[in-house]
Design a protein around this ligand. Structure first.
Ligand SMILES: Cc1cc2nc3c(=O)[nH]c(=O)nc-3n(C[C@H](O)[C@H](O)[C@H](O)COP(=O)(O)OP(=O)(O)OC[C@H]3O[C@@H](n4cnc5c(N)ncnc54)[C@H](O)[C@@H]3O)c2cc1C
Length: 499
């Protein structure tokens, strides 16, 4: 495809995607490659994207980022999960908590025992066996790899952070590692007549930038992957009908919650992301069902704290770029597609894309087979996340608007249909290859939204009602004792900032 050795990488865009890509490429490939990043302060970044998921911790470690420095610089807080509110009947709540629930037995997950206990007449809440849930509800956080005195996994966490401060933090990190930043607007993209590859970029200053491999991190516009290469877009809005968001920061309210809130409204949902210095808020909605003024009104009426800026409207189309790698352009971040932020997965997808690129890095020239494999893996990964997000909409139990009723009736991907049918009939759910979400994540959302299995694993019958009651009492004591030992979330943040 191209025999040119790849030693000159050009990243277009300095949002979260651009700087994360530059950071990992420079860390891993070091001085084998030269990395230039072009961004424009005049254009700016999208400025949302403030909730993350636990794999980010490993990613930051891989970059050599000190956690305390990161928490301080980005005004970050801790995220223990997402609380979904009003997705079922009014005032209903459940949490997709990170980490485990209960204690798994060989060959049989905990939820089978819990479901069986309900059949036997024992009353308990599934989430009473989640240390993350209890810590979240009690406003506690501390590092705890295992529950006290046991080998049961302890707290699993992620972060909420300020997107603007995060881009600044990564920029400083990258520049200190040798990444060259150019301020400028790409005005012209020149393609090679024979190969169709991107050859040069011309900036508003008339400077011409050459590269062997271009990373398109230009955001939803897809400057290289779409505007220059016409790669095409697969539209998923028939499954995920929300196409707009309105974001608005407010002053902080205390105590600062260690979890994200996702609150369903008549035609979409609202997020609340608590940071150290403010709260990020926004509403995600379907413009077919709700006009912008009404969305703004719902958002303004349902925030805590006072607004710090006017709501900012963001339009999007859910879906994926048909090829994430095309010719000598790799699209990372919003340029590669968009899944709404219900499960905070976009930044994670940036991280896995750049890790994948390092694994497939075309040192000795771009080979079609490698590009195809990269694209296959990218597609598989995002489709599994897509299914998990659709699950929330499909299972809603709201009856108050056309939006929610349409979501209940909509056709869903075959892959998701099979997963739901298996769970409903047997209580079983298996993590697919390439699936970000573990079995316990699927169990929590399915149970939380009322998909209760008709049957359970027969191995769960090995414990009698009395034995189950004992097990549950013991687990509750162990978990609560562990939570009692934790500092409050605010104490944890205070300790970080005073270090
Ligand atoms: C409403 C909403 C909420 C979200 N919430 C979350 C969340 O909670 N968690 C999560 O993980 N993700 C979330 N995301 C996704 C997240 O915001 C993005 O994945 C992330 O910010 C990466 O954006 P980006 O870097 O691809 O694009 P952008 O931030 O848009 O950056 C694009 C960059 O390209 C540059 N650029 C563009 N055109 C040119 C040009 N011609 N010349 C030079 N430079 C150019 C810009 O200057 C900018 O630096 C959310 C997204 C939306 C829309």
């Amino acid at each position: 495809m191209s025999k040119t050795k790849v030693s000159n990488i050009v990243v277009v865009g300095g949002g979260t995607a651009g700087w994360i890509s530059a950071a990992l490429l420079t860390k891993i490939l070091g001085n084998q490659v030269k990395i230039t990043l072009i961004e424009s302060d005049k254009i700016g970044i999208i400025g949302v994207g403030e909730a993350t998921i636990p794999p980010m911790i490993n990613f930051n470690n891989a970059l050599g980022i000190n956690e305390n420095d990161f928490l301080k610089a980005t005004k970050a807080t801790i995220k223990l999960g997402i609380q979904f509110e009003n997705w079922n009947e009014p005032d209903s709540k459940y949490m997709h908590a990170f980490g485990g629930v209960g204690k798994n037995f060989p060959f049989c997950d905990f939820h089978h025992f819990w479901l069986n206990s309900k059949k036997m007449g024992l009353e308990s809440n599934f989430w009473d066996f989640s240390v993350n849930y209890l810590a979240a509800m009690q406003g506690k956080f501390g590092k705890m790899p295992t529950l006290e005195g046991t080998n049961i996994p302890g707290i699993t966490y992620a972060y909420h952070f300020d997107a603007g401060l995060y881009a600044k933090f990564l920029r400083e990190h990258c520049e200190s590692q040798g990444v060259k930043r150019i301020e400028g607007i790409v005005e012209h993209v020149a393609l090679d007549e024979n190969t169709g590859n991107v050859q040069t970029l011309t900036l508003d200053s008339q400077e011409v930038i050459k590269g062997d491999l271009f990373i398109d991190c230009s955001g939803m516009r897809g400057l290289l992957i779409e505007q220059a290469l016409n790669t095409g877009y697969e539209d998923w809005s028939h499954w995920l009908p929300c196409d707009r968001a309105m974001a608005m920061p407010t002053t902080s309210t205390t105590p600062i919650k260690p979890y994200t809130r996702s609150i369903a409204h008549e035609a979409g949902w609202q997020w609340q992301i608590p940071l150290q210095h403010r709260t990020g808020n926004g509403i995600v909605y379907s413009s077919r069902h709700l006009d912008d003024e009404s969305a703004k009104k719902i958002l303004m009426e349902n925030v805590e704290g006072t607004s710090l800026a006017e709501p900012k409207l963001i339009k999007f189309k859910t879906g994926r770029r048909r090829k994430q790698w095309h010719k000598n352009v790799v699209a990372i971040g919003l340029s590669s597609g968009f899944l709404e932020p219900l499960e905070s997965t976009s930044i994670h997808l940036i991280q896995t894309a750049v890790v994948r690129l390092v694994k497939h890095f075309p040192h000795n020239g771009i080979k079609q087979a490698e590009v195809d494999e990269f694209n296959r893996q990218s597609k598989d990964e995002v489709e599994k996340i897509r299914d998990f997000i659709i699950l929330h909409y499909k299972l809603n139990q709201r009856n108050d608007s056309d939006f929610w009723r349409e979501c209940q009736r909509m056709e869903i991907p075959e892959t998701l249909m099979q997963k739901m049918a298996l769970f409903k009939s047997s209580g079983k759910v298996f993590r697919d290859y390439e699936d970000l979400f573990t079995e316990i994540a699927w169990q929590q959302v399915m149970i939380g939204q009322g998909l209760i299995p008709d049957d359970v694993h027969p191995l769960s019958n090995q414990l009698s009602k009395e034995q189950l009651a004992d097990l549950f009492d013991n687990l509750k004591v162990i978990i609560q004792r562990s939570v009692d030992k934790l500092p409050t979330h605010e104490e944890f943040l205070h300790n970080i900032s005073s270090q």
